[in-house]
Design a protein around this ligand. Structure first.
Ligand code: R5P
Length: 305
């Protein structure tokens, strides 16, 4: 069955990386806003009988949610066989429980919202903490690709004498995998978060860090407070610091603040388009998507179903 990749505008560059290995041409999808804030989406390439993969990274998911639904509905109405979503960054996954009475459990609600519009989902390293796999919250087939090996390879190729630093205890397994791939030692910081924007950290083994470049690895940099606290702490100990993240969310000012905190270099994957992008995940996304489509219902790289 013919495939078609329909990228949202911010993913135009990533679409070029995905299209080749997915063996799918890149179609035209336009999205503009009316003056009152409503979205107008237009599917400008023929989709009849095609397996359509919409590519949209879900940073700023509130502004995208309606447009995504308009795109998937339109593709179906125009004859697409199936419509899936490649969301290299899947938003809303951090609010995975009711942290205070009355709060929304956004991860579950957002999953329900997406599965109403799409037949399948491919994503990269979703922030899963209390939720074990995406299959717990999605009833459509989902596949996640793991970027840790790419981060490890980047570190090995670009950082002399690296010490991989996970910013908190939760990141231990992940930091260990990246460090193993990079052939580097690793530690995780002790982290206490005192609010949305207030984080304190400390390194457990200062002596073992001497003479090394600290490479802070994280799945997401959002407000940057975690990475900034880690960078400032490591800089006070005299270590050069490089930050490597999968999802360059970077809330307003976060990137600049992290540089100002002393990060020598900040690097991210292109899961979210950002000036720090240096690690391409297009081939991984394409491979996962191709395997999912080839299998019908999926049995791909790392399946959650
Ligand atoms: C935490 O569990 C995550 O791995 C990140 O460390 C965190 O989400 C980063 O957020 P921020 O940049 O807002 O500190």
């Amino acid at each position: 069955m013919k495939r078609l990749l329909l990228p949202f505008p911010a993913q135009a560059e990533l679409a070029r990386q995905v299209a080749g290995p997915l063996h799918a041409p890149v179609g035209e999808l336009t999205w503009r806003r009316f003056p009152d804030g409503e979205s107008l989406v237009s599917v400008d390439t023929a989709v009849a009988d095609a397996e359509v993969a919409i590519l949209a990274s879900l940073r700023d998911p509130d502004s995208l949610a309606v447009a995504l639904r308009l795109a998937s509905d339109t593709a179906r109405e125009l004859g697409a066989r199936r419509v899936g979503l490649i969301a290299p960054y899947l938003g809303y996954m951090r609010q995975d429980k009711r942290f205070a009475p009355g709060q929304a459990v956004s991860a579950r609600s957002f999953a329900r919202l997406l599965e109403q519009g799409f037949d399948w989902l491919v994503t990269a390293d979703p922030h899963l903490h209390r939720i074990g796999t995406l299959a717990e919250i999605f009833s459509i087939p989902t596949v996640t690709v793991a970027c840790a090996p790419l981060l490890g390879d980047w570190i090995a190729a670009h950082v002399p004498a690296p010490l991989v630093i996970g910013p908190d205890e939760e990141s231990a397994q992940w930091a260990a995998a990246i460090a193993a791939r990079a052939g580097a030692p690793w530690q995780v910081l002790r982290k206490v978060r005192r609010g949305d924007r207030e984080v304190e950290v400390s390194i457990p083994d200062v002596a073992a860090a001497q003479g090394r470049t600290a490479v802070i690895v994280d799945d997401i940099i959002s407000t940057g407070r975690t990475a900034i606290a880690a960078t400032a702490h490591l800089r006070r100990l005299g270590l050069p610091v490089v930050c490597v993240a999968i999802h360059a969310v970077f809330a307003a000012g976060a990137y600049e603040d992290l540089l100002a905190a002393g990060a020598q270099r900040i690097v991210s994957t292109d899961a979210i388009a950002h000036p720090s992008n240096a690690i391409g995940i297009g081939a991984l996304l394409a491979q996962a998507t191709a395997e999912l489509l080839d299998a019908g219902p999926p049995t791909p790289i790392r399946t959650d179903t």
